[in-house]
Design a protein around this ligand. Structure first.
Ligand SMILES: Cc1cc2nc3c(=O)[nH]c(=O)nc-3n(C[C@H](O)[C@H](O)[C@H](O)COP(=O)(O)OP(=O)(O)OC[C@H]3O[C@@H](n4cnc5c(N)ncnc54)[C@H](O)[C@@H]3O)c2cc1C
Length: 367
């Protein structure tokens, strides 16, 4: 049998993050979109929730909670509901901590994890996506060449969040021919020669989140910089990322649905609430159905990950479905608001722009 009831601990985490998203994140979302900045005080406040350091074992300074993809999905949905840019910023350190917890050597964990278990937020990031047509992680152009007992990295990455302030960056690079079995994951410290952080990207959505292109020119790394992933490991990290992104997409969709539903009940045209018109009522009902369906896809993939099973099929389906539904649902939310949906006085146009990104960013959020 399969159960859908989160544990008491999971409910507590979900409730805590939900309140934080409602009271702290949502009120700052529009400003972050307009100014391109996320207030440092908000990030510190979020850090206090322990979402990243919570899953780091006590031996490395964390709280020692279980690293669960299901819990991660519950958290991501709530943060995504609050605001996608802020959610991705808050979770960025997990782009390094989670892969290290799963596939880091003891020495890597000892060296790196304590950086992300302190009193204050410290940024970390991952460089996976490349700025070219038809990017496929199994056929990356960024290469890692073995030389003199170490590695040399060359390539060009994009959508690297917080690259300008990250203490560590995990770089995904090809170590041989095509195929995920030939993808290596490398730990790169801030300031390593050959790593060039290019100009901040100008994106259509997630405008509050700073993302960058990164150029890697003959970046020399010691042999110990590589994580012990192997083929199955890289696949698992990608699946984790897909599940997290899909959960964030559910959050964005839910935000748009709730806003459109409430607006439709209030807004009167020809004397009645537009929610009473079938054209609107059916649209809103469809949003609710698709959100619940997508959440179940996400939970199933997360559940398989937590059981240590191969979850690639489920993760890909969840990510693909969630990305498409988020775009459809946020677009419909704009439609429900009519002309008001198109102007910045309401958040639905922002959610539509943010939702458009899910088709593009792969690997931005490993939770
Ligand atoms: C960029 C822009 C420029 C504009 N320029 C002009 C302009 O120059 N001049 C001007 O006069 N107006 C202009 N408008 C306003 C535009 O005409 C209205 O936005 C449009 O008519 C929709 O009205 P509304 O925004 O009040 O939406 P609402 O009437 O509130 O409709 C909201 C939603 O409910 C649906 N709905 C409403 N009534 C019913 C019903 N009876 N049955 C079923 N569904 C219903 C609508 O289809 C929509 O999806 C502009 C709008 C924009 C976005």
């Amino acid at each position: 049998m399969v159960g859908f009831e989160p544990s008491e601990d999971q409910k507590l985490v979900q409730e805590t993050v939900r309140s934080f998203a409602r009271e702290q994140i949502r009120p700052r979302a529009r400003d972050a979109d307009e100014t391109g900045e996320i207030p440092a005080a908000l990030v510190e406040q979020a850090w206090g929730l322990g979402l990243v350091q919570g899953t780091v074992p006590e031996a490395y300074g964390g709280f020692g909670n279980e690293l669960s993809a299901v819990t991660g999905a519950l958290v991501a949905e709530e943060l995504g509901w609050g605001d996608l840019s802020i959610a991705l910023h808050i979770l960025a350190p997990s782009l390094v901590t989670v892969p290290l917890l799963e596939f880091g050597t003891e020495a890597q964990k000892r060296e790196v994890l304590p950086t992300y278990t302190g009193e204050n937020f410290r940024a970390a990031t991952a460089a996976l996506v490349e700025p070219r047509f038809g990017f496929d992680p199994a056929e990356m152009e960024t290469v890692a060449e073995k030389k003199n007992g170490g590695w040399i990295l060359r390539g060009h990455k994009c959508f690297v969040p917080l690259a300008d302030e990250a203490e560590h960056m995990l770089v995904y690079a090809r170590t041989g021919g095509p195929g995920l079995e030939n993808v290596g994951v490398f730990l790169v410290r801030r300031g390593t020669p050959g790593v060039e952080i290019l100009e901040r990207e100008k994106n259509m959505g997630i405008k509050g989140l700073r993302t960058f292109e990164v150029r890697l020119s003959d970046v020399r790394l010691p042999a110990e910089a590589r994580l012990e992933t192997g083929e199955a490991g890289v696949r698992r990290l990608l699946d984790r990322s897909r599940v997290a992104l899909a959960a964030l997409a559910v959050g964005v969709s839910r935000a748009a649905f709730e806003y459109a539903r409430d607006y439709a009940k209030e807004r009167k045209a020809f004397g009645v609430a537009i929610a009473q018109k079938q054209a609107i009522a059916f649209m809103v009902a469809e949003m609710a159905i698709e959100i619940d369906a997508t959440r179940l896809l996400v939970w199933e993939a997360a559940w398989k990950l937590d059981r240590g099973e191969d979850a690639t099929r489920e993760a890909v389906l969840a990510k693909q479905y969630a990305a498409e539904r988020a775009l459809e649902i946020t677009d419909n939310a704009v439609q429900v608001l009519g002309g008001h949906g198109y102007i910045r006085d309401h958040p639905v146009e922002m959610w539509l722009r943010n939702a458009r990104g899910f088709a593009t960013f792969e690997g931005l959020a490993i939770v």
